[in-house]
Design a protein around this ligand. Structure first.
Ligand code: AQP
Length: 330
């Protein structure tokens, strides 16, 4: 079993990134089935982040910030491999090779490409289009079997399976077909200002960031949009905003949605929002304390990333040798 996932350094991480991805990584690491020998691979996927507009002067800080978020959330670098994607050049190399067997039509179907093309009309670049193939390379380079991501990325993992199948049929069995592992309920957290849109770093107005102060979190929850009616009831079709807030409450508190609904029976949105803010603030407190420690020691974080890249490179080199032989390049 090989587990791998990653996050782009495109901005401050939000509770969607945490609840959809990082929280499960920590749970995997702490589960009985965790294999101490192989551990998990967690990447700061900087090459992906170049596909949208960015400030090169800020990039190093953003990369380090994501690494600090991983560590502050409880990812143990002794048990796992944490590194920066561009530090292992084989990611880009395998991506190119896989592009040569990926049909354009498959990439045109990708919803993230369609959404991001709409958001960045001035910068629809070839990298944005080929993004899912680079993601496939990230996954297949380590012969990954399980990819714990939010459900917005499930389509990309499905494409990775198809690319693996195609490669294996054409050049001989090489890659396992990876499976997506989603958070059991509420894999997608929606924006607080528009419950029809996913919470995204690139749309900051709808996000609760992991580093937001208590006051900011309370303010954001207080002003989050709600639906008509006063009932606290989960109903994604008719009450998408309250359903999203209930999901956040459920994932942070561990309480079931019916239990939360019962606790707020005959109470208004105001009480519910205060309760939700308490839960979010409480749960982020430990993370924020841990993060401060890493902020004081960026050299330690850099050292962890260098060691992680060395470990990853070893596996990546072995896979590339096998791939190149099979493709007739060596
Ligand atoms: N709203 C979300 N709900 C649940 N999971 C989410 N993830 C992202 N947003 C949500 C999960 O976080 C991981 C990292 O995502 P990423 O940064 O690599 O790319 P993304 O999905 O494009 O994340 P953002 O926040 O929306 O960033 P931008 O705005 O830069 O595109 C993934 O596992 C993802 O599923």
């Amino acid at each position: 079993m090989r587990i791998l996932s990653g996050i782009q350094p495109t901005g401050t991480l939000h509770i969607g990134n945490y609840l959809g991805a990082i929280k499960q990584w920590v749970e995997l690491q702490n589960s009985k089935n965790f294999d101490e020998k192989t551990g998990c691979i967690f990447i700061v996927v900087d090459l992906h982040s170049l596909t949208v507009d960015y400030d090169p002067k800020q990039m190093q800080k953003m990369i380090l910030d994501v690494a600090m978020d991983y560590l502050a959330a409880g990812i143990d670098p002794k048990k796992n491999t944490i590194f920066v994607q561009s530090h292992v050049k084989e990611h880009a190399e395998l991506s190119w090779l896989l592009q040569t067997i990926t049909p354009m039509g498959e990439l045109e179907r990708m919803t993230q490409y369609k959404d991001k093309s709409k958001q960045n009309k001035e910068n629809i670049n070839a990298g944005l289009f080929a993004y899912p193939v680079l993601m496939a390379a990230d996954i297949l380079l380590y012969k990954t079997t399980i990819v714990p991501v939010g459900d917005d990325q499930a389509q990309h993992v499905e494409l990775t399976r198809e690319i693996a199948r195609k490669f294996n049929n054409k050049f001989g069995q090489t890659f396992p077909e990876p499976k997506t592992q989603l958070q059991k309920s509420g894999a997608r957290i929606m924006s607080l200002t528009n419950p029809m849109q996913k919470m995204s770093k690139s749309i900051p107005q709808g996000c609760i960031f992991l580093t937001d102060s208590e006051q900011t979190i309370r303010e954001k929850i207080k002003t989050a949009v709600t639906d008509s009616g006063k009932e606290i009831k989960f109903n994604e079709t008719n009450k998408p905003a309250i359903s999203n807030l209930l999901t956040i409450y459920h994932l942070f508190s561990g309480k079931s949605i019916p239990e939360i609904e019962k606790n707020y029976e005959n109470k208004g949105y105001g009480d519910f929002k205060t309760g939700l803010a308490d839960v979010v603030v409480d749960n982020l407190r430990k993370f924020q304390e841990n993060r401060k420690k890493f902020e004081k020691d960026p050299e330690l974080v850099k050292k962890i990333l260098t060691q992680g890249a060395k470990k990853a490179q070893k596996i990546a080199e072995e896979t590339m040798e096998e791939v190149k032989k099979k493709m007739g390049l060596i």
